[in-house]
Design a protein around this ligand. Structure first.
Ligand code: HEC
Ligand code: HEC
Ligand code: HEC
Ligand code: HEC
Ligand code: HEC
Ligand code: HEC
Length: 444
């Protein structure tokens, strides 16, 4: 009789536990599904507000696009832009309302071209930001659209928060809570899971206490038979657990997986030096020289448009200015010392692809018309230069697949373009259609 009661008690615990776990999971799923419902409500409103072009339909809502936009924004834009604050460039909140997507795409791909073309808004904002050039980005239309979705979703989030100063008008404010719902969902799920875990822990502790009290009560009774006593005195046996083949198998399996994952990650990262930022012998700042004083890159890196490699300037080039400027600065005196001793300044090399691959600057900068920033990042904002791109083979190849050849005004390509157009029609004439992904172009 007593043993039955004990067993049914433990069954009750188990049932409670399982029910709880099940409820937890399904409610998390409902929250996850909610945005899909609210999405329908959000898109039309946002479309109406967000400028012409069907592209705006995809501008908001889609959680996957927002996540992709999040990563792209952090990787490419965050060093200069924030949603609500001016950093280097303007705050991007409300950008989908300020500018149509048909303006944003060409702007982000090549802002200097838009400024040069005399686009009124582009010229205005360029002048407003002290003629700082925003770098060009090799992003697809879809990637740019996803960045805009992310920005729109983020501004929605802050608009939902009380007192947040976003500059969004009340009229638009009525639409934004819907957007906020869609993006807030992931943090809501996190919060819910944390609450559930806490509740579970509290429950387990309570149940253990109850079980102990009941055991104590039962121990006080005299009318128990042998099996009941055994049941009460039963302890949790760690030795048994340790010997269990299932538990051992699981432990070994998990350990093996972790080791495998770590070693694969390690192997993949061999030779990767992205982010490398050594300290240089002189505190030379690109931000000061190329940014604030707008000295042209090629003033110092004189061979970058003409030859395979971009040179590092000799001390003589520094002296063009520093024979006059800041002559008392200890950093500048290091330049004088190098010249007196007839020894070059020992700059630490940052970018370095292995000798097995051939890379040529002039092919990319002069012929291809690619901006330095596309590969080297916002150098004009760096106090100390770091390696911005991965410089892996995949990085080279990806760009060759996506980038159209710069064939304008280049007679060399005239016949090739004609041939390509008759053979492939609408497909863009990329570097790879011209053989830019053949092994021998880079390895020989
Ligand atoms: C190196 C700094 C820098 C980076 C990186 C950068 N921007 Fe900009 N951005 C600027 C500056 C500066 C302006 C102001 C216009 C100008 O001076 O050319 C600007 C202007 C803009 C504008 C116009 C804003 C308005 O209020 O009209 C948009 C949109 C924009 N950037 C989007 C982006 C996106 C998207 C990315 C990432 C893919 C990005 N920017 C990366 C510096 C940057
Ligand atoms: C006043 C001269 C000067 C100007 C202007 C200048 N640089 Fe430099 N650059 C240097 C010097 C000196 C170094 C080596 C020290 C260092 O890494 O900071 C260097 C290093 C670099 C490196 C890293 C080289 C390596 O070791 O791999 C890159 C990339 C670079 N510059 C790009 C640029 C770009 C892009 C611009 C224009 C936006 C520019 N530089 C403008 C002087 C200049
Ligand atoms: C075209 C002119 C020009 C050239 C070339 C040039 N600089 Fe400068 N440099 C400047 C100006 C302008 C300043 C800012 C002075 C100020 O803050 O008043 C400066 C500041 C500096 C400073 C900061 C000094 C301090 O104590 O504030 C250092 C270090 C420096 N330059 C190093 C170099 C080196 C190294 C080279 C050669 C690779 C170089 N510069 C080439 C114009 C130049
Ligand atoms: C298509 C991508 C790309 C573009 C565009 C580009 N670079 Fe580079 N840059 C590289 C790579 C890759 C290296 C490493 C080359 C090596 O190790 O042989 C490099 C290296 C350098 C170096 C170190 C010296 C050297 O040649 O190894 C300097 C300085 C430099 N770049 C400056 C510039 C400047 C200035 C511009 C714009 C005028 C520019 N780069 C445009 C990819 C690029
Ligand atoms: C940002 C885009 C971009 C990146 C990154 C890039 N390239 Fe290129 N590359 C181009 C373009 C565009 C051309 C074609 C230039 C032209 O001839 O108009 C080109 C051309 C070439 C060519 C000549 C191809 C031919 O058909 O003659 C070689 C070789 C080359 N790249 C090597 C490299 C290597 C090696 C890397 C990586 C270290 C690299 N590229 C990274 C855009 C890129
Ligand atoms: C656009 C230029 C480019 C093309 C095309 C290219 N590669 Fe590469 N490859 C590179 C660069 C750059 C590296 C060095 C990357 C690094 O160190 O991470 C590299 C590295 C390699 C390596 C690794 C060598 C090592 O020591 O790690 C192998 C193997 C290789 N390439 C084979 C090939 C083959 C096979 C093809 C043709 C299918 C090819 N590559 C096409 C640029 C290119």
């Amino acid at each position: 009789m007593n043993s039955i009661r004990l067993r049914s008690l433990s069954h009750l615990f188990l049932t409670l536990f399982l029910t709880f776990a099940a409820v937890g999971r399904s409610s998390a799923q409902t929250v996850g599904a909610a945005p899909a419902v609210s999405k329908e409500g959000v898109v039309p409103g946002a479309t109406a507000a967000a400028a012409p072009a069907a592209a705006a339909g995809t501008t908001t809502g889609d959680a996957a696009a927002i996540a992709a936009g999040d990563a792209l924004f952090k990787g490419n834009c965050a060093q200069c832009h924030a949603i609500n604050d001016v950093v280097v460039g303007p705050a991007l909140a409300g950008i989908a309302k300020r500018r149509p997507i048909s303006w944003l795409i060409p702007w982000i791909k090549n802002s200097s071209k838009m400024v040069a073309s005399g686009d009124e808004y582009a010229v205005k904002i360029y002048n407003q930001y002290q003629k700082q050039q925003m770098p060009s980005f090799q992003l697809s239309d879809a990637e740019i659209t996803s960045i805009i979705s992310y920005v729109t979703a983020e501004e929605g989030k802050t608009a939902g928060a009380p007192g947040a100063a976003t500059g969004i008008t009340p009229k638009d404010g009525t639409e934004t809570p819907g957007v906020a719902d869609a993006t807030a969902s992931s943090s809501t799920i996190d919060l819910l899971l944390i609450i559930l875990v806490v509740v579970l822990i509290v429950m387990v502790v309570t149940l253990v206490i109850i079980a102990n009290i009941m055991k104590d009560v039962l121990r006080g009774r005299k009318d128990l038979d042998g099996r009941d006593v055994e049941q009460i005195e039963q302890r949790f046996d760690f030795a048994k657990l340790y010997k269990s083949p299932v538990v051992r198998g699981l432990a070994v399996g998990i350990f093996a997986l972790v080791v495998l994952y770590e070693s694969v990650q390690g192997v993949m990262a061999i030779g990767l030096t992205q982010g490398y930022q050594p300290t240089q012998p002189i505190a030379f700042s690109h931000k000061l020289h190329a940014g604030e004083h707008e000295i042209n890159c090629a003033y110092c890196h004189t061979s970058v448009y003409k030859s395979k490699s971009a040179n590092i300037p000799s001390a003589n080039i520094c002296m063009n200015c520093h024979s006059q400027i800041k002559t008392e600065s200890p950093e500048i005196k290091k330049i004088y010392r190098a010249i007196e001793r007839k020894q070059p300044i020992q700059w630490v090399r940052i970018h370095n692809i292995p000798d097995l691959a051939y890379f040529n600057h002039s092919q990319h900068t002069q012929v291809g018309g690619i901006e330095c920033q596309t590969c080297h990042g916002p150098i004009q904002n760096m106090e100390v230069v770091y390696q911005y791109s991965a410089l892996t083979m995949g990085w080279c190849i990806n760009c060759h697949r996506e980038t159209p050849l710069n064939t304008k005004g280049n007679g060399y390509y005239n016949n090739l373009v004609k041939l390509h157009n008759t053979a492939n029609g609408a497909a863009p004439f990329t570097v790879s259609s011209n053989g830019g992904t053949e092994c021998s172009k880079c390895h020989y």
